[in-house]
Design a protein around this ligand. Structure first.
Ligand SMILES: Nc1ncnc2c1ncn2[C@@H]1O[C@H](COP(=O)(O)OP(=O)(O)OP(=O)(O)O)[C@@H](O)[C@H]1O
Length: 770
């Protein structure tokens, strides 16, 4: 049985007259006009690997590349043969692999897709059953072992599935992406299965737009949602024979239709042959800056159902694409992920322009009539299916802002009313169709995630490198170090390299390809360090970040919360270290005050000062090497530049400038350069030797391991021997921190409605570690 029969679609058996005519033709077209076909790429390619920078891979058949001489020089042309018979025959069914095939299709003999395979979520996923999610999503959750919804998912799903607009606030790493993603995918999948198959000639409209502040986050969200769509070829088997079997235990082809729930119960079968054969049923794609806009336009022109985008690139494309602008005007879902960051990223204007497209056409000013007593409850019934639904999510949306949002939706926005902040302003521009958007705020008091241990070090700015190095050696693990400026990253990177620390940079001045590559290297290198600016602070979900270090104190309380949120995600433990110089204390006080906390709530991290002194000597030497290398590099660069410029201008350089001991400005002589290189090599050798020396704690004897103040033998026996720092116990960061006075649990009016941290932990028991 071939794939078309399996899916109940008839092939066209004879080529049409027009197709034969077309086949005879050969045309010259531009790259954009070619019939590009999606080809499979590994899923992990979305976030890096060898395919960094690729949104998708496409291929094209029957095209010859020719070079043509034109007045403007040599240009590439593409010679296209007419569509071949088999292309014309191709089928336009869609599957749910998330991988479009892009094959051109016409004249289908079917108008409905086959039913999805049913999934018995009542038995397999009881905790999710109440939401009656599309079987495909349920199946995906099951396969990924997401046995129960996280608290934010549990609270927002029922609202979102009832067409309500939702403002969701919950701690970092608590699963907000799926809290808004599942209702969207549920709706689109249900719709897709019940609508006629759209012709590939007509562009599928964008139904959901998700705007994120950073490119990495957009790519991550897109790949997260695609992952929910990739278990299409999983089928439920007969219960009796399958009970107790593991999910991935068997491989088989999916049946065309599974009728009714029947006894299908316990076993899922995943199909390995995941080659994309058809256009996806629901297509999710990301449009971000720093990557080929041309390619992104092509992806859009093929049809995207869920568009995840950063505001800058999206607005650029919208300006040239009227059809997309119209689609945005008619969206079914609009999501602002990390809404409060949107205004910081310098994209306010673009964001505003995009939001304007989503306003209702008439009478933008009026949201709904003045609220009257007793009206609120009834008004919830006014939410109409099919209208735009808006979701706003973040870990940090102030209570004031939430109140303002409500106020705004309750009555008319007065024409000259001034919003309290830029974020207020942005959110007030949202045209919620829901008369009373639901606000679900389950963020913990002080925005501190229960599984996070915080700590601080107070030190001079000049000692921060040594303390950082100490921390990295003392507590090996995947560590994300936040710096306020790119210059700091550029300075630290060679230092880390000389000290033998695997560190990668991430900042906005790197090419997007490089950003993704570095992020991927950070993910795949155990114990790696990522030196990043705040572009990495929001939303990034790297599952195994053990530590976050604030090398410089963040500028805002929200930044502190979000930076911390890169660790201690999904109920895993995490540790954050705040490095605070004397002149930063004021900022720390202010940001703690903003979080309703006090500075002394963050305990000091213990430091073995004897070790620190030894590390300072290493750092000093590494700095000298770096300075020397930098000087040599700069001189080489200047000399080369001078030579090249002189050659280009056909000038002869003054011998003073070219070499030897000319004036102070002159380039150093060869001899001097040699001497300098030798000195640097000497310093390097010295450092190498230093790095090879073990770091031994005071009072510890390495000669007699059972003697000294602290016996190494005991550590060895207890399995707590520290390879980097002999004589210190090998412990996880945070376990040796003496807790500061218990965090004051300020009376919270909503406290009773919320689950306590402990209860929440229990609720999260089902979260698997990945
Ligand atoms: N129901 C679930 N069960 C188990 N794990 C889940 C569940 N939902 C989401 N996750 C996982 O939890 C992790 C964090 O999710 P997500 O990135 O959506 O968090 P977030 O709340 O958006 O965080 P942030 O505020 O930092 O953006 C992800 O790795 C995700 O796959």
């Amino acid at each position: 049985m071939n794939s078309s029969e399996e899916l109940g679609v008839k092939r066209k058996t004879k080529p049409s007259a027009s197709s034969i005519a077309k086949r005879a033709k050969t045309k010259h077209v531009t790259a954009n006009d070619l019939q590009w076909k999606q080809t499979q790429k590994p899923r992990e390619a979305d976030m890096g690997t060898g395919m960094d920078g690729f949104l998708d891979l496409e291929e094209v058949d029957d095209v010859e590349v020719v070079y043509e001489e034109t007045e403007g020089g040599k240009v590439i042309r593409f010679k296209v043969k007419g569509p071949a018979e088999d292309q014309e025959d191709a089928i336009d069914v869609q599957d749910t692999t998330g991988e479009p095939s892009g094959t051109a299709v016409e004249n289908l003999d079917v108008d409905m897709l086959p039913d999805p395979i049913t999934f018995d979520s009542e038995t397999l996923l009881p905790a999710w059953d109440t939401f009656q999610l599309h079987p495909q999503l349920a199946r995906s959750l099951y396969v990924r072992k997401f046995t129960e919804p996280t608290p934010i998912q549990a609270q927002t799903l029922p609202l979102a599935l009832k067409n309500r607009d939702v403002v969701g606030v919950a701690e970092t790493g608590s699963g907000k992406t799926l809290a808004y993603g599942l209702p969207i995918l549920h709706h689109l999948l249900t719709e897709a299965y019940s609508r006629p198959i759209p012709s590939s000639k007509t562009r599928r409209p964008v139904r959901a737009l998700i705007v994120t502040p950073t490119r990495e986050l957009a790519l991550q969200v897109s790949s997260h949602l695609n992952a929910c769509l990739t278990h299409a070829d999983v089928e439920v088997e007969d219960a009796e024979s399958a009970e107790g079997a593991s999910v991935e235990s068997q491989i088989s082809k999916p049946k065309p239709k599974a009728k009714g729930k029947g006894k299908a119960k316990a076993k899922l079968v995943e199909v390995q042959d995941d080659k994309p054969k058809h256009l996806p049923l629901v297509c999710v794609a990301a449009i971000v800056g720093g990557m080929s806009a041309q390619k992104q336009r092509r992806v859009l022109s093929r049809g995207v159902d869920v568009l995840v985008a950063t505001p800058g690139r999206l607005w650029d494309i919208i300006q040239e694409d009227d059809e997309l602008a119209t689609q945005i005007e008619n969206l079914r879902f609009l999501v602002l992920d990390e809404a409060d960051r949107m205004i910081e990223s310098g994209h306010f204007a673009e964001m505003d322009n995009i939001l304007r497209l989503t306003l209702r056409k008439q009478d933008d000013e009026i949201i709904e009539p003045e609220n009257q007593e007793g009206e609120a409850e009834d008004s919830k019934e006014d939410v109409r299916a099919g209208e735009l639904q808006t979701f706003v999510f973040s870990a940090t949306l102030s209570k004031d802002l939430q109140k303002n949002l409500k106020k705004r939706t309750h009555g008319r926005r007065r024409k000259n009313e001034k919003p309290a902040s830029t974020l207020d302003d942005l959110l007030l521009r949202l045209d919620f169709r829901d008369p009373e958007p639901a606000v679900v705020d389950i963020s913990p008091v002080g925005s501190v995630v229960a599984t996070l241990t915080e700590s601080k070090i107070e030190c001079l700015v000049t000692d921060k490198d040594a303390y950082l190095y100490y921390f990295l050696l003392r507590y090996p693990g995947r560590t994300l170090v936040f710096l306020s400026a790119i210059d700091g990253i550029r300075r630290l990177l060679p230092l880390m390299d000389l000290l033998g620390v695997h560190a990668f940079p991430l900042h906005s001045q790197l090419e997007q390809r490089q950003r993704l590559k570095n992020l991927d290297r950070f993910k795949s290198t155990p114990g790696a360090v990522l030196l990043a600016t705040d572009i990495a602070a929001r939303g990034l979900d790297v599952p195994a970040v053990d530590h976050v270090v604030h090398y410089q104190v963040p500028r805002t309380a929200d930044a502190y919360v979000h930076r911390n949120g890169r660790t201690a995600r999904a109920m895993r433990r995490g540790f954050s270290l705040l490095m605070c110089a004397p002149d930063e204390r004021k900022v720390v006080r202010a940001l703690m005050h903003h979080l309703n906390r006090t500075e002394d709530e963050i305990p000091e991290m213990p430091v073995e000062l004897h070790m620190l002194d030894k590390l300072k000597a290493r750092i000093q030497l590494a700095r000298s090497i770096d300075n020397a290398q930098h000087k040599i590099k700069k001189e080489n660069h200047e000399r080369n530049w001078l030579k090249e410029t002189a050659e280009a201008m056909e000038l002869v350089l003054d011998s003073d400038l070219e070499s030897d001991d000319g004036g102070a400005e002159a380039a150093p002589s060869k001899q001097k350069r040699k001497a300098r290189a030798a000195k640097t090599a000497g310093l390097k050798a010295q450092l190498k030797e230093m790095l090879a020396q073990p770091l031994v704690a005071r009072g510890v004897s390495t000669r007699y391991i059972t003697s000294g103040v602290h016996s190494i033998a005991d550590d060895l026996l207890a399995g707590e021997y520290h390879e980097n720092m002999v004589g210190l116990k090998k412990v996880e960061a945070g376990t040796d921190v003496v807790p500061a006075k218990a965090r004051k649990q300020k009376a919270n009016p909503k406290a009773t409605a919320r689950v306590s941290a402990k209860e929440e932990e229990e609720e999260w028991g089902g979260i698997s570690s990945q």
